[in-house]
Write a protein that binds this ligand. Sequence first.
Ligand code: OAD
Length: 244
Amino acid sequence: MSGIEQARTWIEQARSVAILTGAGISAESGIPTFRGTGGLWRNHRPEDLATPEAFARDCLLVWEWYDQRRQWIAKAAPNPGHFAIARLQRSKPGCTLITQNVDGLHDRAGSAGILKLHGDIWRLRCTTCRAEWPDRRAPLPRLPPKCQCGGIARPGVVWFGEDLPPGAWSSAQEAAQSVETLLVVGTSAVVYPAASLIPLARAAGATVVEVNTEETPASTAAHCCLRGLSGEILPALIPVPPDS
Ligand code: OAD
């Protein structure tokens, strides 16, 4: 049995499946990943921009980077990998999608109940009064954007050193500890605590399948590593049902 056939059987037979996605699933939609080629923006590393300290030091620079990412994402569309995951969610009630991505492409592919560990780039939050609101304009007309109260707004994402949204994080931990199969897609698995879900699931007895173009620290915890593009592997793993 090939790796794909084996993984497909595990997914089909599992009563519950969780999927953890990272930037790699959106790479084929044209959105640059954080650590791959093209990960640098104007010679800045994401880790140096996505922090409260960077925002406090130079909120305009940080906003220019997020505004650029918002423009890339606005031009992008979900790819066959996103659609395959949405299909799996529809066919399997006990299926939890956990993402580190803030791009909203899973939503646009039809996924529901997504546990967004790192927030949502299409939401803004006031640094003064904490009000939060959606804003899909790209580019934003003025940087930094302001709240009605006059305070400076920040992207509605989680930065390095900040806590994950507590509800999403506890649901993700619960899922990791209870699923039969965990599918890990397009993540370098180096950013914690999200990456800790992989050994957590493995320790709790889940079968772990990794889909990635490259080896990662998660590869050693995986029972099966499928090397290649998620936009090609996921549709093969989760085929369109014959009657649709
Ligand atoms: P990374 O950019 O660190 O990793 C992307 C992964 O996707 C790499 O392991 C690539 O090998 C893989 N990859 C690239 N193209 C692929 C494709 N077409 N198919 C399958 N795999 C592919 O992205 P994340 O792991 O998501 O956090 O990064 C985690 C977090 O670090 C992000 O959520 C963000 C970032 O800084 C915050 O901003 C807090």
